[in-house]
Design a protein around this ligand. Structure first.
Ligand code: PLP
Length: 436
């Protein structure tokens, strides 16, 4: 059959990202997806799934949107690609840069385009260090990031990531990255004291940590971080790769706390995953200083920085988010998601903490709700696999003590679809835990 043929070819020729190479060899791919429409996916065997994760937290407008296919086709027929190096430009890149300047908070006003989140991260580290170098402070080069952070897999991004497994893949990392407790502003003050503000270029954080387990900060955290950065002349980088473009019920998550970062990183939701694209957005003041201080060529740029087809798709995607009020839907359906999490928590004794903001959320599996004691095995992985059999796609976070199920459905999801997600999830948890 076609499926068997594809499985064999996959095993032989396709090295999957973030995968167990051994398991892939033994079992082949678990699902070969074929089509998507709205919040539903279909595989090559015709089984359908409801999507609880918007693929990798990114298919914000849902699957099968013809408008995006049309935007890509029209642009490809006109001018599929042209370089933006040096003095060349193209209309979709210009229009998208303007649009991003409009929708990002405060005076975030100029964009450097990349092809994804990892490139956005490495670009940002180089830009902030370059900035301090231009200002005559070449030693202001360390970057503070947080434990449990995920910033991607380029060498810089891996070094900023605060999840051991990623860092341990090789025996060397990029220098000048420091990691602090993700919830404590005191820890940030302490490390600045210890290292010296004159050595620190920037502080980077995801407004809500995604891959680290959907960790939501206190209401005061980012305002205090903003203050600390200002006090010490340290740039604040917000990695909004997951949280941007409506995910949390605001266009960008830092709006929840009225904080404007100096640098904002975007990717994923900027095109809802229809085509690769990312960006580094900087504040007007920073942009002006770059213009004033820079000499010669900024020797940083990707072939696909400002890719016209990617930018045309991004532009259409943002129009859809606006036209269909998907940020508001994310906020409203987020309340529904939160209600469902709470109700499941009160019903099932194996559910510990639940947390969510807009359409990003998490629940902890525990052996004991009061003491937070965990099961000896990662039950979340069993639940997610059971849910998959029943037609629901979710994802786990299982590093260190975590036994967590995370949620990030497409922003177009409605109440009935959220109910369906939780109906399947509930049945899966009951099934998996009945014999534990
Ligand atoms: N930053 C954050 C917060 C992410 O969640 C991710 C990916 O999940 C990245 C950066 C890396 O993005 P990419 O996988 O597009 O390189």
């Amino acid at each position: 059959t076609l499926t068997n043929e594809l499985v064999e070819l996959d095993k032989k020729h396709f090295i999957h990202p973030t995968s167990s190479i051994k398991e892939q060899q033994a079992n082949g791919p678990a699902i070969i997806f074929k089509e998507g429409k709205g919040v539903y996916l279909t595989d090559v065997n015709g089984q359908t799934y409801i999507e609880g994760m918007a693929s990798l937290w990114n298919v914000n407008i849902g699957y099968g949107r013809k408008e995006l296919a049309q935007a890509a086709q029209e642009q490809m027929e006109k001018l599929a690609f042209s370089s933006c190096f040096a003095t060349f430009s193209n209309e979709p890149a210009i229009r998208l840069a303007e649009k991003i300047a409009q929708i990002t908070p405060g005076d975030l006003n100029a964009v450097f385009f990349t092809s994804g989140g990892s490139e956005s991260n490495d670009t940002a580290y180089k830009l902030v260090r370059h900035y301090w170098k231009l200002k005559g402070l070449p030693n202001k080069s360390k970057i503070i990031s947080r434990q449990k952070a995920y910033h991607g897999v380029a060498v810089g991004a891996t070094s900023a990531t605060g999840i051991e497994g990623f860092q341990n893949m090789t025996s060397s990392l990029a220098p000048d990255f420091l990691h602090v407790d993700p919830f404590s502003t005191e820890a940030v003050r302490a490390i600045i004291e210890q290292e010296g503000a004159d050595q620190i270029a920037a502080f980077i954080a995801e407004p809500i940590q995604g891959a680290g387990g959907v960790n939501i900060p206190s209401n005061e955290y980012f305002q205090e971080i903003r203050q600390i950065c200002d006090e010490h002349n340290i740039l604040l980088i917000a990695d909004e790769v997951i949280t941007g473009f409506g995910r949390t019920g605001k266009m960008f998550a830092c709006e929840h706390w009225n904080v404007v970062p100096d640098v904002m990183l975007i990717a994923k939701g900027v095109t809802s995953g229809y085509i690769p694209l990312g960006g580094v957005v900087i504040r007007e003041k920073l942009h002006k200083e770059f213009i004033e201080l820079s000499e010669g060529t900024l020797l940083h740029g990707f072939t696909y920085s400002g890719h016209p087809t990617s930018c045309a798709v991004g532009l259409r995607n943002i129009q859809i988010i606006e036209e269909e009020n998907l940020v508001e839907n994310s906020r409203k359906m987020g309340e529904e998601l939160h209600k469902q999490l709470k109700s499941l928590q009160s019903e099932l004794p194996v559910i510990g903490e639940v947390r969510s903001l807009g359409l990003i959320g998490a629940l902890e599996i525990v052996k004991n709700q009061k003491t937070n004691e965990r099961f000896p095995t990662k039950v979340s992985a069993l639940v997610v696999s059971e849910a998959r059999k029943r037609g629901l796609i979710l994802r786990t976070v299982t590093f260190n003590e975590a036994d967590t199920i995370v949620f990030a459905p497409p922003l177009i999801i409605n109440k009935q679809e959220i109910e369906k997600v939780f109906e399947i999830l509930r049945a899966s948890i009951i099934e998996v835990t009945k014999n534990l």
